[in-house]
Ligand binder design. Structure first.
Ligand code: TRP
Length: 444
């Protein structure tokens, strides 16, 4: 985006930040996590965390961006006069760098699926069907997956290099609602399958016995992940926003959209499990295994699945672009002449760390430590360590160092009746919650 250029309207701002926040987190990660950690119990914890922890923190990040108006490795010192606090921005930068590394693995899977379905449609080969897509064979193939993720990283890099994000935002006005419509179509189909009610119950009925310490931690991690908290991504978006941008309503809109997409993704997948003989605990492959089968039950299923995959890729790209953009704005300090060079270097580095992440599903599958495979560890470090740390740092800056009146004024015309409640939450409650979760993590 170059110099601190501005969004023209509040809707423009909401669309852009929603495009960045809504991506693989809601559609791919939520169902897979919910499947492992007890369905309804996970959804309940995720909702509680998203509304009571995520929303106040998102409002906080928007406030910081709106007040600071610069790139994120500069914004903390600009607001507080303390240079060392920029470390919070660098923490976010590191987080999005690693995040892009494993995000591209899943982005790559989407690319491969698109190629597969396109091939199937173009060949008009009646013996190839959606049910023949062999997920395991694809993700364990080192060359195929590395090529897939390279394409994903390249697409992201080219868009950032050309600086055509604005065009993409225009496109997202059509693509996002379309994706939404497609999700509803899949949900409708899934709900008519045999035994759908079991899946529905699994997702919507919280069972107390399914709540585990680990589940609580991952539900909180999921809230952070989908709302991009602690990575400074949302701070950046708000730093571009015009004075008219409405902090509170924008944050509420983004939280609601994220919840909606997460729940729809769950409703698309779980009711179909019974018919196709899958268990909820399939892990990261859940969406990729189940959705082709659901589409295979539809008239012109391949074509619809292809369109869905393209929309899904689009949603992933609007997120990966802002992941790369964060690195670019921090290392160019918004100097556009360095843009291409920095985008190239960052992409090559991301590619280097993304290869072991991809291979964690194939030849490095049994190489496990800490949270699991290399991929699992990258996700864990980002979602459960760097993101909460970044958010903790920001709560301390906002609660302890920034002026309360200045904070209140940043809300502008968007009247915020609960301002005092929010302020005390950020000042006293949130830091304690985040620290407690860290301590809990140590014992897990
Ligand atoms: N919220 C994004 C998703 O759900 C992932 C994400 C986290 C992100 N932090 C970010 C995206 C920063 C862009 C910028 O897919």
């Amino acid at each position: 985006m170059g110099k601190q250029s501005q969004w023209k309207s509040s809707t423009g701002f909401i669309l852009a930040s929603a495009g960045s926040a809504i991506g693989l987190g809601a559609m791919w990660k939520f169902p897979y996590m919910a499947g492992i950690y007890g369905g309804g119990a996970f959804l309940a914890m995720f909702l509680i965390f998203t509304i009571f922890v995520g929303l106040p923190l998102l409002i906080m990040e928007f406030t910081v961006g709106k007040m600071g108006r610069t790139y994120t490795t500069q914004i903390y010192s600009k607001l507080t006069g303390k240079k060392w606090l920029n470390i919070i921005g660098w923490n976010g930068n590191l987080a999005v760098f690693i995040l892009f590394g494993f995000y591209s693995v899943i982005g790559g899977w989407i690319v491969i699926y698109i190629a597969y379905v396109l091939g199937q449609i173009a060949q008009l080969n009646s013996t190839m069907h959606l049910q023949d897509i062999r997920f395991e064979a694809i993700i364990t193939n080192p060359w195929l997956t590395v090529i897939g993720q390279s394409v994903f990283i390249l697409l992201t890099m080219i868009i950032v290099m050309l600086g055509v994000e604005k065009g993409l935002e225009k496109a997202s006005k059509v693509m996002m609602p379309l994706l939404f419509i497609f999700l509803i179509i899949i949900v409708t189909k899934s709900l008519t399958l045999d035994g759908a009610i079991n899946g529905l119950k699994f997702l919507l009925q919280p069972r107390v016995e399914d709540i585990s310490g680990e589940g609580i931690l991952f539900a909180l991690g999921q809230s952070f992940f989908t709302l991009s908290l602690g990575t400074t991504g949302m701070i950046t978006y708000a730093s571009y926003a015009s004075k008219e941008m409405t902090i509170k309503s924008s944050a509420i809109a983004i939280v609601l959209m994220n919840i909606l997409v997460s729940v729809l993704a769950g409703l698309a997948i779980f009711p179909a499990l019974n018919t196709f003989g899958y268990q909820p605990q399939e892990g990261p492959g859940l969406l990729f295994k189940v959705l082709p089968l659901v589409f295979s039950q539809m008239h012109m299923g391949s074509l619809f699945y292809l369109i869905f995959l393209v929309l899904f890729l689009f949603a992933a790209l609007t997120s990966s672009i802002s992941l790369l953009e964060l690195n670019v704005s921090n290392f160019t300090k918004n100097d556009n002449s360095k843009r291409r060079k920095v985008a190239l270097i960052a992409s090559v580095l991301v590619f280097i760390i993304s290869v072991p992440a991809t291979l964690s599903f194939g030849i490095l599958k049994d190489f496990k430590f800490g949270a699991g495979t290399i991929f699992d560890n990258m996700d864990f470090v980002v979602s459960n360590i760097l993101m909460p740390l970044g958010a903790l740092g920001t709560t301390l800056v906002v609660g302890q160092l920034l002026n309360k009146n200045a904070l209140q004024q940043s809300f502008g015309k968007d009247r915020f009746k609960l301002f005092s409640l929010w302020y005390y939450l950020i000042k006293f409650v949130m830091p304690v919650v985040i620290v407690l979760v860290f301590i809990l993590q140590l014992f897990n």
